[in-house]
Design a protein around this ligand. Structure first.
Ligand SMILES: Nc1ncnc2c1ncn2[C@@H]1O[C@H](COP(=O)(O)OP(=O)(O)OP(=O)(O)O)[C@@H](O)[C@H]1O
Ligand SMILES: [Mg+2]
Length: 331
C-alpha cells in the first residue's frame, strides 16, 4: 500500500498495526494483542499503568513506546481524525435507534426502548427479570423496524452462566418463522472471571464489526469484579479496572452505534444504615458511566421498573410481566 493510501486508510480508521513500531517484535505484539491492543491508537489511549501490567518491564520503556506511537500517528496525521465538526456529531446522534423491550409500558418509560449509543442498566434483586429482559431484547433486536427491532444480530457476554438458548427459542417462536435463525444471530461468550470479561470487552470492536451487531448484552457486568476484589484493600483497584471497562463500553456504543444493555445486582449486605438499601453495586464508576439506570422489583403478578438516573427522562414507573413469550405488557 502506498503512503497516500495508507494515510487515507489511517485517517479513516486509525488502524495501523503495533508492529510498525521499532522495538515491537512478535513476542511484544502477541502480548499486546492478547490484551486487546492492536493498533497505534490502542497504544495511545490506554493508560501507561495498564500497558506496564501487560508488557512487564519498566515504566520508562512503556512511556517510550507510547511516545513512538504518538509520533507515528502524528506523522500519519491520524490525530486529525479525532476532530469532527458539530454537524457530523449531529448526524451521528440522529442515527440513534431503539430496540423494543417487548413491553410498550417499559418502552414508553424509556422514551422509545433500549437506545443505541447509550448504556442502559437494569438492576434489581434475584428473580426481578434482568436476565429475561436480556433474552427478550436479543430476540427483538433481530426483528424488523415494524416489530421494534433493528434487523441486527446481538452479542451476549454471560458472566453468570444463565444464558439459555432454549429460552431464546421459546421467545423467538412467537415472533419469527425462523426461530433457529435467531439463535444463529446471537454471539455468546461466557466470561470465566473479571479478567476474561475485560478481555472480551477490549476485543468487542472487532466482533461488532464482524457481526454488524447493534446490541451488546452484559449479564451481569459488575458481579465478577465484586466476587474477586474483596475487602477495602482491593476496592481502589477494583474501581480502576471497572472504570476502564465502562469507558470501553461507552466508546464502543458511540463508535459503532450499538446499544449496551447491562444488568447489575443490588447491595445485599446491610452494612449501610442510612439511605437506599437497594443500591446497585459498582459505586460511582458505574453510575457515572451508565446513561440510563432502571430499578426492577417484583410485584404480585408482575414486575415494576423505575427510572433512577437519566439525563432527560422524567421520573416514572412501568409495569410489565414475564411470560412464556418473553417480556410483555400486563393485559
Ligand atoms: N418461561 C418463562 N415463563 C414465564 N416466566 C418465566 C419464564 N422463565 C423465567 N420466568 C420468570 O422469570 C423469573 C426469573 O427472572 P430472571 O432470571 O430474569 O431474574 P434475574 O433478575 O436475572 O435474577 P438473578 O439476579 O438471579 O440473575 C422467574 O422467577 C420467573 O418468574
Ligand atoms: Mg439473571
Amino acid at each position: 500500500m502506498g503512503v497516500e493510501e495508507q494515510e487515507k486508510k489511517v485517517v479513516d480508521d486509525a488502524d495501523i498495526d503495533v508492529s510498525v513500531l521499532e522495538g515491537v517484535g512478535p513476542a511484544t505484539k502477541q502480548k499486546l494483542n492478547s490484551a486487546g491492543i492492536y493498533n497505534l491508537m490502542d497504544l495511545v489511549v490506554h493508560s501507561a499503568n495498564y500497558l506496564l501490567e501487560v508488557l512487564g518491564g519498566s515504566m520508562s520503556k512503556v512511556l517510550l513506546l507510547q511516545e513512538k506511537a504518538r509520533a507515528k500517528l502524528t506523522e500519519f496525521r491520524v490525530l486529525y481524525a479525532d476532530f469532527v465538526s458539530a454537524d457530523q456529531l449531529y448526524e451521528q446522534r440522529k442515527k440513534i435507534a431503539f430496540i423494543s423491550t417487548g413491553s410498550k409500558n417499559l418502552d414508553n418509560l424509556l422514551l422509545g426502548g433500549i437506545e443505541t449509543q447509550a448504556i442502559t442498566e437494569f438492576y434489581g434483586e434475584f428473580g426481578s427479570g434482568k436476565t429475561q429482559i436480556c433474552h427478550t431484547v436479543c430476540v427483538n433486536v433481530q426483528l424488523g423496524a415494524d416489530q421494534g427491532g433493528l434487523s441486527s444480530p446481538a452479542i451476549y457476554l454471560d458472566t453468570e452462566h444463565t444464558f439459555r438458548p432454549s429460552r431464546i427459542l421459546e421467545i423467538a417462536e412467537g415472533k419469527s418463522d425462523v426461530p433457529f435463525e435467531m439463535l444463529r444471530n446471537i454471539h455468546v461468550a461466557r466470561a470465566m472471571n473479571s479478567s476474561h470479561l475485560r478481555l472480551l470487552v477490549r476485543n468487542l470492536g472487532r466482533k461488532i464489526r464482524e457481526t454488524d451487531a447493534r446490541l451488546v448484552v452484559l449479564d451481569s457486568a459488575v458481579a465478577p469484579f465484586r466476587a474477586e476484589y474483596v475487602g477495602r484493600a482491593q476496592l481502589a483497584e477494583r474501581q480502576q479496572v471497572l472504570n476502564v471497562m465502562m469507558h470501553d463500553l461507552t466508546r464502543l456504543s458511540e463508535l459503532y452505534d450499538v446499544a449496551v444493555l447491562m444488568t447489575n445486582q443490588v447491595m445485599a449486605k446491610p452494612d449501610v444504615f442510612f439511605g437506599d438499601p437497594t443500591r446497585p453495586i459498582g459505586g460511582h464508576v458505574v453510575s457515572h458511566a451508565t446513561t440510563y439506570r432502571l430499578y426492577l422489583r417484583k410485584a404480585r403478578n408482575a414486575r415494576v421498573a423505575s427510572i433512577m438516573d437519566s439525563p432527560h427522562h422524567p421520573p416514572g414507573e412501568a409495569v410489565f410481566i414475564i411470560a412464556k413469550e418473553g417480556i410483555l405488557d400486563q393485559d
